[in-house]
Design a protein around this ligand. Structure first.
Ligand SMILES: *Cc1c(COP(=O)(O)O)cnc(C)c1O
Length: 497
């Protein structure tokens, strides 16, 4: 399988190269040249397999330049012994008509682990394969969960360094503590005075700066990305859509070939895009419902074809979805139009004017599969409370956005009888303040750790290890910078020992 850029056909490469580079030289994203097809028999054959075995089957279709042994090694180090607190890694929890795909059983209690446990292994396997001797410096802009998951995945990974930028007031206290206490000889964490888009734009500008790249090359360092634009981030996410389907088959909710719907709480459009890939590969998916919060730029786009980032930015109780530029949408546009020229044009308009509009045909094609809506903070909290009362199950805020929007979809489309899977992206413990408030619990005066205990009392679910141990962990990273200073901090870290 070969990969090319969404913005031009000049660079064709293998997956190992695409993973090392992160972003194509023309600023585009790497995309596979085709969608490998998976038959119904092959999907049914996943049923008796472990998550790791399912992962190797799906990954090997895209990562054809990796040997099976290499993939097995990467996968077992990523998802194997002791890292995940669920036997099935990504279990589907069925409660009547409600099917929840839980993607937060990894070390940082959020779905980013599904990809970020695997990406560093794919990368460190790729480096010697491609004869790269340089050190790879991973730059990450995070709205919260990516940062910690990337740090956890890359800490002490050979031949790599990782630097994470997060918006100073844009992440929860628990998320901040998770990052600031990160150990490892090759890690740095930096607060940016601004919002997530400032941090992300800063990182993108650094990636696009050729002079800076040369300066770093002089230090024997090259940049790469662990953001969801890296192909090595996206491809692991395709696995759990197949895995969920296999689990629904196993529990008898569906018969082989029956279509299902997914509702995905969406920010950067990576998670839901992976579902699109699964569909294109032959997974029986009927609708993909894109759930947003008040930063509903995607709702508008999927309804009207207008992508307009020039709008107010809201801080919500779902900070991992507080995003106005959904980078991975570019890949969808490429696959739908099969035109790097069109995509390059729209991305240029977005960069220059903050807005673009796709043609009718493109919009129609997208709308055949996608549906979109959003939920306000008030609706989200009400949903958490409702689900708790109905099923004695506590959802995190992001998951509740999806559950609420799944409900809106059901009301708008009563004729659609497909089972709906709500994708659950974080443990409720990661956003315990908002969750407890939603459940009507008094939280005034309680610190983060008392909140964990309180939620434990109510839900009866174990407190994830990674969060429990933050009580005693030492803060190791204290740096903060202006958005304009990001480049200097990168250079300083790159040249440090
Ligand atoms: C990252 C994240 C999302 C959004 O996923 P995208 O792939 O960026 O669309 C949703 N929920 C949580 C908890 C996340 O961490």
């Amino acid at each position: 399988m070969k990969y090319s850029s969404t913005r031009g056909k000049a660079e064709i490469c293998d997956s190992a190269q695409a993973i090392i580079r992160g972003l194509a030289a023309d600023g585009g994203l790497f995309v596979p040249e085709a969608f490998p097809q998976v038959s119904l028999q092959e999907i049914e054959a996943l049923v008796p397999l472990s998550y790791e075995e399912r992962a190797v089957r799906v990954l090997s279709l895209f990562l054809t330049d990796y040997s099976t042994e290499e993939l097995e090694g990467c996968v077992s180090r990523a998802y194997g012994a002791g890292k995940f607190d669920a036997e099935k890694r990504a279990p589907v929890r069925s409660m009547g008509d409600l099917h929840v795909l839980e993607l937060w059983h990894g070390p940082t209690s959020a779905f980013k682990d599904m990809a970020l446990q695997l990406l560093p292994r794919l990368l460190s396997t790729a480096l010697p394969k491609c004869g790269v001797k340089d050190q790879v410096l991973i730059l990450v802009a995070t709205s919260g969960d990516t940062g910690k998951a990337a740090l956890e995945g890359f800490a002490d990974a050979p031949q790599t360094k990782i630097m994470v930028f997060y918006p100073q007031d844009g992440v929860s206290r628990i998320q901040q503590l998770q990052m600031l206490t990160q150990q490892g000889g090759n890690v740095r964490v930096m607060a940016v005075k601004g919002n997530f888009d400032d941090a992300q734009s800063g990182v993108k500008a650094i990636f696009g700066d050729k002079d800076f790249a040369e300066e770093l090359a002089g230090e024997g360092v090259r940049l790469s990305s662990a953001n969801s634009i890296n192909w090595g981030r996206l491809v692991p996410q395709i696995v759990y859509y197949f895995s969920a389907y296999a689990d629904l088959l196993a529990e008898g909710t569906i018969k082989a070939g029956e279509e299902i719907d997914f509702t995905v709480p969406t920010g950067n459009f990576g998670d839901i895009l992976a579902a699109y890939y699964a569909k294109r590969m032959g997974l029986p998916v009927h609708k993909l419902v894109c759930a947003s919060n008040a930063n509903n730029v995607l709702t508008e786009f999927l309804r009207t074809g207008v992508y307009d980032r020039k709008r107010d930015f809201f801080k919500t109780i779902t900070p991992s979805m507080d995003i106005l530029i959904s980078s991975n949408l570019e890949r969808l546009l490429y696959h739908v139009t099969e035109s790097d020229e069109k995509v390059a044009g729209w991305m240029k308009e977005l960069w220059e004017h903050g807005r673009y509009e796709v043609d009718k045909e493109t919009l129609n094609t997208i709308q055949q599969l996608f549906w979109a809506d959003w939920a306000s903070d008030t609706e989200t909290k009400a949903e958490i409370d409702k689900v708790y009362r109905q099923h004695n199950y506590v959802m995190d805020t992001h998951t509740a956005v999806a559950a609420k929007v799944a409900g809106k979809y059901g009301e708008a489309h009563p004729e659609d009888k497909c089972p709906m899977v709500v994708v659950s992206t974080a443990s409720p413990y990661k956003f315990n303040g908002s969750v407890l408030e939603a459940l009507g619990t008094e939280t005034e005066g309680l610190d983060e750790f008392q909140l964990l205990d309180k939620l434990h009392e109510m839900s009866g679910q174990d407190i994830p290890q990674g969060l429990a141990k933050l009580r005693r962990a030492e803060v190791l990273h204290k740096g903060a910078c202006e958005a304009g200073e990001m480049k200097d901090t990168v250079l300083e870290f790159a040249s440090s020992k």
